[in-house]
Ligand binder design. Structure first.
Ligand SMILES: [Zn+2]
Length: 477
């Protein structure tokens, strides 16, 4: 019997890796093996340590990777997989490949920086501390990527074919429809990756890419994300509150620090700031975008006009490229980044990583958190155990660069900027399915989120839903 094995994003929101094994393959008899996503574990140490373990299946025994989108928790382990011997094709949409060509080398760079930091401080158990993979290794793995158009069917083996359909999560993001033909039977498997917002309106402003995931799906087996399984996005427009928070901070002479995911969230947020300034809702404060990855991603976004919503296209027609906006500074080099620290006038600093796990945001946090004049705004999900979650929780201090930094700045969170569907949106989408899947497995959620979504799906849809467990293997009947 073919099976799916959950090698990551089971019991947690990071490290997405789902293995399909046909158990029989006309050419090899070992079964054809495809990995859907190959993400990095982030957050709590117990999860991060899994990045250092080998895959339970030897990497060279995996025949292909199909990648849903370019967020690190879905693609960030690819360089390591290649380092361990994987040599097959990695299928993704062209915008996803373009984004990966920025995101993966940046991740390699951060891995090297981390290792160097631990070696300098000698705080690692391992001497010398090594990077999970280097910048060069990340660059080298890009040669295995193969672009596939949305809705084009690709036959991977005699038994297995796949097709991308829209997920509407970030630029280039897709779900993966798998067709399995074994034992004279055909089955459809659907892997959602991350599911974008279903509604695109005042309550989910700034959406860059197509609104709403592909409707009217059929699936015998559904593997679905559950990040927001136990929470609902506020149903109010966040922009008036955002404007008020920024105005108040500027009035007391403070700066606004926004940790933002470099891909999609930063671009979307810059356009929102621009609109608020142009309409006079916030003062024209200097805006610093301090993330080389986000800056390169801006260029990739501008290239892929086919992905835009009508509203995003209109914003870009009106305001042009953010790189050219007066008052907006894009810090590519470390020197430019350091200069931002010297600015003591009110400003807005948008920097990554979005969960304050690494990157330049660490310097800004270390410098600005102790001052009550400043404001930190979270506009994205903060996984448990990350610095972002600690700061957001109201903790009195947070450890940055090995030292405790007191948190005296104002801390706010606006959940509406999420690129993940919430339960009402997920149910709205699931109701468009043409059939009831024989089995649904929830992945990519904290245990409480997955459990609550499971109950709702069982109650409101009457579906057979299970929460996937780490390393669990389920047969595809
Ligand atoms: Zn994502």
């Amino acid at each position: 019997m073919p099976y799916i094995q959950f090698l990551g994003a089971a019991g947690t929101v990071t490290g997405s890796k789902h293995l399909i094994n046909t158990t029989y393959d006309s050419s090899s008899k070992h079964g054809f093996q495809v990995l859907i996503d190959c993400g990095l574990f982030q957050g709590q140490k117990e999860w991060r340590e899994r990045n250092w373990q080998d895959t339970p299946v030897p990497a060279r025994g995996i025949d292909a990777v199909v990648l849903t989108h370019a967020h690190l928790d879905h693609c960030g382990w690819i360089p390591r997989l290649v380092k361990e011997g994987f040599r097959g094709p990695i299928y993704a949409t062209q915008p996803t490949i373009d984004l990966c060509s920025v995101v993966l080398p940046d991740s390699g760079h951060l891995q090297e920086e981390d290792a160097a930091f631990y070696n300098k401080r000698k705080v690692s158990k391992h001497h010398p501390a090594l990077p999970l993979y280097s910048l060069k290794e990340a660059q080298d793995c890009l040669r295995y990527f193969k672009p596939v158009a949305v809705e084009q069917t690709t036959q991977l083996s005699a038994e297995l074919a796949f097709r991308f359909v829209r997920a509407a999560h970030i630029l280039g993001s897709c779900m993966v429809e798998i067709t399995l033909q074994t034992n004279g039977r055909s089955r459809r498997l659907l892997f959602t990756g991350d599911i974008g917002r279903v509604r695109d309106s005042l309550i989910a402003p700034g959406k860059v890419v197509h609104s709403g995931p592909q409707e009217n799906e059929t699936a015998d087996v559904l593997v679905m994300e559950s990040t927001y399984g136990n929470r609902q996005h506020p149903d109010t427009d966040p922009r008036p509150e955002l404007a008020r928070l920024i105005r108040e901070t500027a009035q007391r002479g403070g700066s606004v620090i926004v940790p933002a995911f470099a891909v999609e969230r930063t671009q979307k947020f810059l356009f929102i700031l621009k609109r608020l300034m142009e309409t006079g809702q916030i003062p024209r404060l200097p805006v610093y975008c301090d993330s080389p990855m986000a800056i390169r991603a801006v260029e990739i976004f501008l290239k892929h006009t086919e992905e835009y919503t009508e509203r995003a296209a209109e914003l870009i027609r009106t305001y042009g490229s953010p790189i050219e906006w007066p008052g907006f500074t894009f810090a590519l080099t470390a020197e430019q980044s350091k200069k931002i620290n010297e600015s003591h006038y009110p400003s807005i600093i948008v920097s990554s990583s979005g969960m304050v796990t690494g990157g330049r945001i660490l310097h800004h946090m270390a410098q600005r958190l102790p001052d009550p004049k400043n404001l930190v705004i979270f506009i994205g999900f903060q996984a448990p155990g990350t610095r972002g979650a600690i700061i957001k929780s109201g903790a009195p201090e947070v450890k940055i660069f090995g030292e405790f930094v007191p948190i005296r700045a104002q801390v706010a969170a606006l959940e509406q900027f999420s690129d993940h569907a919430d339960p009402p949106e997920m149910l709205e989408w699931l109701r468009t399915f043409k059939n009831k899947p024989g089995a649904t497995y929830l992945v990519h959620g904290e245990p409480a989120a997955a459990a609550q979504l499971r109950e709702r799906m069982k109650k409101e849809l009457g579906w057979n839903v299970q929460v996937a467990e780490y390393m669990e293997r389920v047969e595809v009947e």
